[in-house]
Ligand binder design. Structure first.
Ligand code: FES
Ligand SMILES: [Fe+2]
Length: 452
């Protein structure tokens, strides 16, 4: 497969009102290997939260593409990210998803490494008749080419790349919006869920931003919401949302919209208002004092954020952090966590967790609907008669360059934006994914040509 073949998979012609992705992008094994090398191993990817290795000498493991990674906090409290493979013969050093240890001894021939990734002992070094060349070599765990902590969100790259602020671009304002909800940022609620589905990773990428499927794929959850809304009306909803001037003027007929960013990050969002259906309600006054009413109101909006290529943050009546890990063209692993503001009350935390269990996880009322749909698409996209998918066209005439009054409230300048009512369900925000996807594929191909 050449880079020309890759380019031919995306038909990007907004001036003609047309955008499409060839179905082969979801099924082709050779393309998948290229994605691993150039999308995942070729730039910034999300690794985890700094709270996953909160204490000295604690660590968590993750992968970037095919590369096993360990993120460790050393004895000084500094976080480092390393390839989790022994320089001797390549055996994994840390085997658990999370753990703690001052010293990591390789199971195979007992080379040992400290929590700063330094090789501190080679078993039988003196008796080993090693050459000067060997003794002089760096035998530490290889450090990632780039590693950054943005407000508790950890990112790494296997290749030298731009500063993290540049990669996050204007979308970092949305991470700020989440991190500002708590006293001292966000934390993961204990209890990680890992599951797989038999479908391509890009279904998950798109689905997070897909408002169009909600009423079709999640009828049982919607029935539950209706039932609760009736009960809540009976006890009258406690709401302090006054629709201040900024919002009420712009919000006429608008229920939400989308933003897309140059780097492939996207947000779709819906107006909710400050209501006690959201666990943040107890902090509504404090947050308004600290950040102003408009920014506080934004914190209560339903938001689905993707930081390309593998981080998703879904905030509604609860809040979920997802990490997408592609395993094969037709297999994907999801690692998901409930994420919450630090310092919220036990009551709010309970509400958050109960709402979380309703909606998310393989045991919740929404996730199974979604994953079954991805598997349906994987089966259907095996066909070779229809090349081009039609799922990228809603919102074509509503999408405008730059932001709008709502993004202005966050001092955020997206590349494109859409505003609409509940029926619009924009699909143009996926374009941003595929433009960033192609940019990384092109950069990867250029790197390979350079190296050849
Ligand atoms: S592979 Fe680790 S010590 Fe041999
Ligand atoms: Fe869904």
């Amino acid at each position: 497969m050449t880079i020309e073949n890759v380019r031919a998979l995306v038909d990007d012609r907004p001036s003609d009102g047309w955008f499409s992705v060839d179905r082969a992008a979801f099924t082709d094994e050779a393309l998948f290997e290229r994605e691993i090398r150039h999308i995942f191993e070729g730039g910034w990817v999300f690794l985890g939260m700094d709270s996953q290795a909160a204490e000295r000498h604690s660590y968590f493991t993750v992968t970037i593409g095919h590369t096993p990674i360990v993120v460790m906090r050393d004895g000084e409290g500094t976080l480092g990210a390393f390839v989790n493979a022994c320089p001797h013969k390549g055996a994994l050093i840390c085997h658990r998803r999370t753990g703690k240890g001052r010293l990591h001894v390789c199971r195979y021939h007992s080379w040992s490494f400290d929590s700063a990734g330094r090789n501190v002992a080679v078993k039988g070094m003196n008796a080993g008749a090693y050459s000067k060349e060997f003794i002089g070599r760096d035998r530490n765990l290889p450090r990632l080419s780039a590693f950054a902590n943005y407000r508790g969100f950890l990112f790494g790259s296997l290749v030298p790349t731009c500063p993290i602020e540049e990669h996050l671009g204007e979308a970092r304002r949305l991470l700020d919006l989440s991190a500002d909800q708590g006293e001292g940022g966000l934390e993961l609620v204990p209890g990680e869920i890992v599951f797989t589905f038999d479908g391509n990773w890009k279904y998950q990428l798109e689905n997070c931003s897909d408002a169009y499927h909600f009423t079709s794929a999640h009828p049982s959850y919607i029935r539950l919401l209706d039932k609760r809304a009736k009960e809540r009306r009976a006890e009258s909803v406690r709401s302090i949302w006054e629709k201040d001037k900024n919002w009420s003027e712009e919000a006429e007929g608008i229920t939400g919209g989308s933003y897309s960013f140059d780097e492939g990050h996207v947000l779709n969002w819906g107006l909710i208002g400050v209501s006690d259906a959201v666990p943040l309600f107890e902090r509504a006054e404090i947050l308004a004092e600290r950040y102003g009413a408009a920014r506080r109101d934004w914190m209560f909006n339903m938001r689905n954020l993707t930081i390309f290529p593998n981080l998703q943050l879904a905030e509604n009546a609860s809040s979920q952090l997802r990490i997408i890990r592609p395993l094969a063209a037709n297999k994907t692993e999801m690692r998901t966590f409930c994420i919450a503001p630090r310092g919220e009350s036990a009551e709010a935390r309970r509400q958050r967790i109960r709402n979380y269990e309703d909606f998310f996880n393989p045991t919740g009322m929404a996730t199974p609907d979604d994953t079954v749909s991805y598997e349906d698409c994987q089966a259907g996209n095996a066909n070779r008669l229809q090349s081009w998918a039609y799922g990228y066209c809603r919102g074509a005439t509503a999408s405008v360059t730059g932001g709008n009054a709502f993004s202005d409230l966050l001092e955020m300048n997206p590349a494109r934006s859409v505003l609409g009512d509940a029926m619009l369900c924009d699909e143009t925000l996926y374009h941003s994914y595929y433009r960033a996807w192609l940019a990384r594929m092109e950069a990867g191909a250029a790197r390979e040509t350079q190296d050849a």
